[in-house]
Design a binder for this molecule. Structure first.
Ligand SMILES: [Zn+2]
Length: 325
């Protein structure tokens, strides 16, 4: 539907992904706005605010990327780093489920806060980001790995698209705490914009930014595709507060950014906080251990207790159920 041709609501809708296209610029993208879905994930774990902010960014990035997949599989973002937050895991299960957790060192976090080193990128430190596409149905998985060297998740995503997908891409992520009369709630938002021209020659040209050229190389005038330059400049004007503003609808936001060129939106997809764990899955996992390993897991109450790291659901099992009768 063409945004210029109908009245646009001002009211924001939360927990949705809105795909769009700017046809004159051969550019496509998605906007993600998360309210209770991200708030529930972060509140459940009770993370300190700087950790919550970083995991919120990871959740938005995962939804931005995972929601583009056209199959019933899953998409996973995983970081392993030497920072205060040494591991982030976010799973997106098509079509709409997201779950996430972060592992961090509480004492190191206090030290980082005291030294004013607690931005999301600083908490990550160095290591790598792995993005895994699992199409399901026994089809093979695809994994892209990007080094994390202090650049943060937004820039790591740019690197991923440059290296693995070779699609000119702009990603923006924002997370904020909103304080209302009812308490504090997390909100998160993101935008991805990609240049997908019909001609692949243009794609190759657009991929070469003047800044990327080898030293001494002569850059011909206009080497970057004009359409992509314009799309990137328009999308780049988006502000963090716009991405998390509950009173600004995704449609209105896109209209602000691209109205000069005309922007069309497609049907919004919903996204929700939901784990994929189940009693059966955990039971299957326990069956994979040796009897001795299972024996070592039995607690004082004579049961094997398992707490899901993502949703904190606790389940306990009778060890006798796993042994041959
Ligand atoms: Zn769970």
């Amino acid at each position: 539907m063409d945004l210029a041709s109908r009245p646009v609501s001002d009211r924001g809708r939360d927990d949705v992904v809105l795909p769009f296209v700017v046809e004159p610029l051969e550019t496509r993208g998605r906007v993600v706005r998360m309210g209770s879905a991200v708030d529930q994930i972060l509140a459940r774990h009770g993370y300190p605010a700087p950790v919550a902010r970083l995991l919120g960014e990871a959740a938005v990035l995962t939804v931005l990327l995972g929601s583009s997949l056209k199959f019933e599989g899953g998409f996973q973002l995983l970081t392993r780093t030497d920072g205060v937050v040494d591991m982030l895991v976010v799973d997106f299960d098509a079509p709409d489920r997201v779950r996430a957790f972060a592992r961090f060192d509480a004492a190191a976090l206090q030290a980082a806060l005291a030294e004013n080193r607690s931005s999301p990128a600083q908490l990550l430190g160095t290591g790598h980001l792995a993005l895994t596409i699992d199409p399901g149905n026994d089809m093979s998985r695809y994994q892209g790995v990007v080094p994390l060297e202090g650049q943060g998740l937004e820039d790591a995503a740019h690197q991923y698209f440059r290296q693995s997908e070779q699609i000119p891409t702009l990603v923006r992520l924002a997370v904020a705490e909103s304080v209302t009369a009812e308490g504090t709630h997390w909100r998160a938002g993101g935008l991805i914009v990609q240049f997908l021209p019909h001609s692949t020659d243009r794609l190759r040209m657009a991929d070469l930014h003047p800044g990327d050229a080898p030293e001494g190389a002569e850059i011909a005038a206009g080497v970057e595709d004009d359409a992509w330059s314009e799309a990137r400049a328009l999308a780049g004007t988006v502000e963090d507060h716009e991405l998390v503003d509950p009173t600004l609808s995704s449609e209105r936001l896109l209209y602000r950014l691209f109205h000069e060129r005309g922007v069309k939106v497609f049907e919004a997809q919903s996204v929700r906080d939901a784990c994929r764990c189940s009693r059966e899955r955990i039971s299957d996992m326990l069956r994979g251990f040796t009897p001795q390993e299972r024996h070592d897991m039995v607690g004082d109450d004579g049961r094997i207790g398992v707490t899901c790291e993502f949703c904190s659901t606790h389940r306990d099992f009778d060890p006798a159920d796993f042994e041959p009768s």
